[in-house]
Design a protein. Structure first.
Length: 123
């Protein structure tokens, strides 16, 4: 009998979507950071020799798809548990007229500029 709540780092892949969802759902927090990667702009790609990096607070990003396509802003908050990113300028109007931050999936973002306060990130 296998325990479905057990998470394995050695897990390779499965073609069953239910197993893929279960893997992501049961992943540990330090592993969920790998699900927060976004593509880099062409300039950053050539400079850093990387295709994608984890999104962090303070990065300047462009929304590439969805109803906010083309919007540029700074990352205000990264929710690791929910795998969502909150960007300035990306807000939705609530029924009472107030504005609320709209959560975005990191895969729809393009990193234009990095927050360079952390030197270890660029090393």
């Amino acid at each position: 009998m296998t325990n479905k709540n057990k998470w394995s780092k050695a897990w390779k892949s499965s073609t069953k979507p239910s197993k893929q969802r279960l893997y992501v759902y049961n992943a540990q927090l330090h592993t969920m950071g790998a699900f927060l990667h976004s593509h880099l702009s062409k300039e950053l790609r050539q400079k850093l020799k990387h295709r994608a990096l984890r999104v962090r607070t303070g990065d300047t990003v462009v929304v590439c798809s969805g109803s906010f396509k083309g919007t540029t802003g700074k990352v205000e908050k990264v929710d690791v548990k929910k795998r969502r990113v909150y960007v300035t300028g990306v807000e939705m109007a609530k029924k009472d007229g107030s504005k609320a931050k709209y959560p975005l999936v990191p895969s729809v973002l393009l990193i234009k500029e990095l927050d360079t306060t952390d030197k270890r990130r660029l090393a």
